[in-house]
Design a protein around this ligand. Structure first.
Ligand code: IPE
Ligand code: IPE
Ligand code: MG
Length: 246
């Protein structure tokens, strides 16, 4: 239950790295009789708000799932609409992210994305590289299994080239070869919209993450709800395979 300070009293432990599966945009729009893309646009507004409040809630790392390797199965209209929302987000938010000291980066396989979007992604990553107030990571064309597969191939190539021996492959080496290399593992994963599955998000990195599922649809998710989830998290006892803390 949190950490114990010098006076012996329990302090809630903050969730420094929060990862969010932003789900429910489509249902939110459909319930109102609107096209699904309206929900995605509203969802992007929510992301802005959560990025803005995160540092004040003690979050240093925020990772959001925006598009999975499986989301290509959706209609061309929805896929293209989402891609243009991502591009517009980067173009319109760049100055504010920089002004607020937010480092933005992306995980996932970019090779399948439109070259213009890839250039925008690279541009904002380079522009915000030196910032540390908040590390904001967006998963686009991301799949946990795909990421592990790509890392495995990279390591296998080094083994085949004789650079490393098979027995020299370590967990740390695998972590470093993932798209999230250099990013700490999430403490807490939140999924909105009531679904209680992980849908291929950060499979390796969440081995010891806590999960919170809320029925709220992503376009209705607020900083207040995030704050209350974080407060609950602070009181959880994360044992990491050991025994309960005193
Ligand atoms: C999450 O909302 C955003 C993406 C997967 C891109 P959905 O679009 O999955 O919304 P629902 O689950 O259909 O309501
Ligand atoms: C997970 O949501 C992916 C994102 C939030 C980007 P989905 O809506 O795609 O997941 P499933 O299909 O319900 O598992
Ligand atoms: Mg969904």
């Amino acid at each position: 239950m949190g950490t114990t300070d010098s006076t012996g009293s329990k302090q809630p432990r903050p969730a420094e790295h929060v990862a969010i599966i932003m789900d429910g945009n489509g249902r939110w729009a459909t319930q109102k009789g609107w096209p699904r893309l309206v929900g995605h646009r509203r969802g992007a507004e929510r992301v802005k708000e959560i990025v803005r409040c995160a540092p004040d809630l003690g979050i240093r790392w925020l990772t959001v799932y925006a598009f999975s390797t499986e989301n290509w199965k959706r209609s061309t209209e929805e896929v293209l609409g989402l891609m243009s929302i991502f591009a517009r987000y980067i173009e319109r938010e760049a100055d504010r992210l920089a002004a607020e000291g937010v480092r933005m980066r992306f995980i996932g396989d970019r090779s399948r994305l439109d070259p213009k979007l890839q250039r925008l992604m690279k541009g904002i990553e380079e522009r915000t590289e030196g910032f540390t107030r908040l590390n904001f990571t967006v998963a686009i064309n991301y799949g946990g299994r795909d990421e592990i597969l790509r890392a495995t191939r990279a390591i296998a190539a080094k083994v085949a080239a004789g650079e490393i021996a098979p027995e020299e492959v370590t967990e740390a080496m695998i972590s470093a070869h993932l798209d999230t290399g250099g990013i700490p593992d999430p403490d807490l994963v939140i999924r909105t919209s009531g679904e209680t599955r992980t849908s291929n998000f950060l499979q390796w990195q969440t081995a010891y993450a806590e999960y919170e599922f809320t029925p709220t649809l992503w376009p209705d998710f607020t900083p207040e709800e995030l704050a209350s989830i974080l407060a609950r998290f602070g009181n959880r006892d994360r044992r990491f395979g050991g025994v309960a803390s005193a």
